[in-house]
Write a protein that binds this ligand. Structure first.
Ligand code: ADP
Ligand code: ASP
Ligand code: MG
Length: 465
């Protein structure tokens, strides 16, 4: 069971989480808890690290550390609250203080050095989970549940060296089993989500929202019966509730659909969170911490008998469009290969691709943060003239409709673009994978919200099923 940042947002909520986990354990289950940082803490750590490297002001660090200490002390006092828990609370406070002292030293180091490397960003951002785990563990101890806390590395998650987006190595799956089996028999181990270690023992992170991924890795390693991701929404919804308040929980969804919708921007799941579950076909449940009795969403291998053609509508923001054109591209073999190799070598993440059959034009959507290096590297690669023009547009969003039922159902694309046309939303670029599990298209940033609302309605997603 993983609990997200809002679910462990303060000490009162952490106590609720500890009690919920105890209830399930008393009901005859073995449980591992994966915790996120308290809500907002990862963002605050990243911001302060950046400010430290840019301003070099140690006074700002002192202020931040004082606030962080206060927040975590308060959470510990609230989470560990029964008449006879004095020594548990003291132990947790000591642990928090010693971790916060390390963090302060690291941030002051960054102030003096004036630089922030990907490795140090991972190190600093790991403190959110490293401060949350001891509190949750203490909260369990205070209600008489045996529990130890583990960092991701201590739990056995060993990753590549890709700081900020590390992937687990195969050895993880045997190490986790070795390290957690015993603690799992005895009580409820608490593991820090999001963070891991590379083979040299240096802290890495699994990408923002990575605690979902942690839970799934642990579940796969231990061949769990189910992986539960507890959040502040009633499951995976038909779209982002901030855009369409009528969005509804999807009761059952397949692995492939859940992966597609997280790749295409649904912030509810980390994009890799389903991969480990697939190894052993483990069902993943997404539930609401604040409505534990609501069924949530069940993500399973195959879902038969779905009446819904389209299950969800998603949107990716902060992307940009690059248009590459030139008559010299027509019939010239290898242009696309050179474009993609060049972008891969430059470390550009490609979100979407489309090439017209005239071959005179290739359109690519990339992360906005990668736009400048993408354009620069393409211009350098093709300075000989095969490509005449490279233009770009920053104010773009990508909208996708997702659903396995679209495969072999004629007319879905017609409905999508017909509805958009009627609503006056201009479509800039279209792409449909041959798996036919999604149709995605680029629109201007201003048109994205309307596009999502129109399609949510067109496919009847707001109606009770
Ligand atoms: P946590 O970090 O607590 O595990 P997240 O914050 O990652 O949970 O995910 C829940 C948030 O994702 C919601 O607050 C919601 O605004 C957003 N969201 C975006 N798209 C969807 C969707 N299709 N279904 C559910 N939530 C979504
Ligand atoms: N705390 C991390 C983040 O905010 C990981 C997570 O919450 O899943 O990205
Ligand atoms: Mg998340």
């Amino acid at each position: 069971m993983k609990f997200g940042g809002t679910s462990v947002g303060d000490g009162v909520r952490m106590k609720h989480v500890a009690e919920l986990a105890k209830k399930y354990r008393d009901g005859g289950n073995e449980i591992i808890l994966v915790t996120s940082a308290l809500s907002g803490v990862t963002d605050a750590l990243l911001k302060n690290a950046k400010d430290a490297s840019e301003s070099g002001k140690t006074s700002l660090i002192k202020e931040f550390i004082a606030d962080l200490t206060k927040q975590h002390h308060k959470a510990a006092h609230e989470a560990i609250k029964t008449p006879y828990t004095g020594s548990i609370l003291e132990k947790v406070i000591r642990e928090l203080d010693s971790r916060i002292e390390e963090l302060e030293k690291a941030l002051i180091g960054i102030c003096y050095l004036g630089e922030l490397t990907p490795r140090s960003i991972d190190y600093i951002s790991s403190y959110g989970e490293r401060l949350a785990a001891p509190i949750l563990c203490g909260s369990l101890n205070s209600i008489a549940v045996k529990s130890h806390s583990f960092t991701g590395g201590e739990a056995g998650i060993i990753t590549t060296e890709e700081y900020g987006n590390a992937k687990p190595l195969e050895v993880t799956y045997s190490l986790v089993k070795e390290r957690l089996e015993q603690p799992l028999n005895e009580g409820i181990p608490v593991v820090c989500g999001f963070i891991a270690e590379n083979e040299a023992g240096i802290i890495t992170t699994l990408g923002r929202g990575g605690s979902d991924f942690t839970a799934s890795i642990l579940g796969a390693a231990l061949k769990a019966d189910e992986i539960w991701l507890w959040k502040e929404v009633d499951g995976i919804l038909t779209t982002d509730p901030h855009i369409v308040p009528e969005a509804r929980p999807i009761p059952v969804i397949s692995y492939i659909e859940a992966m597609e919708l997280s790749y295409f921007g649904a912030k509810v799941l980390h994009p890799r969170a389903i991969e480990p579950a697939i190894r052993h076909g483990i069902p993943v449940r997404v539930k609401n911490t604040f409505h534990p009795d609501a069924p949530g969403t069940l993500v399973v291998k195959d879902q038969k008998l779905s009446r819904d053609i389209v299950k969800a509508v998603t949107v990716i923001t902060k992307v940009a469009l690059i248009n590459i054109s030139g008559a010299g591209m027509v019939g010239t073999i290898g242009v696309a290969a050179r474009v993609f190799t060049t972008l891969a070598n430059a470390g550009v993440n490609i979100v979407m691709i489309s090439q017209g059959s005239s071959e005179a034009n290739i359109s690519i959507v990339v992360d906005e943060a990668h736009l400048d290096k993408a354009v620069k590297s393409i211009k350098a690669e093709f300075k000989n003239g095969t490509i005449k023009e490279v233009t770009h547009d920053r104010k773009i969003s990508v909208v996708a409709v997702v659903g396995a039922g679209m495969a072999n159902t004629p007319g879905v694309a017609g409905r999508v673009f017909g509805a958009l046309g009627k609503a006056g939303v201009n479509v800039i670029m279209i792409s449909q994978g041959s798996s036919q599990h999604n149709i995605s298209f680029a629109v201007s940033e201003d048109g994205a919200k309307k596009a999502v609302q129109v399609l949510h309605k067109e496919f009847g997603l707001e109606r009770e099923k």
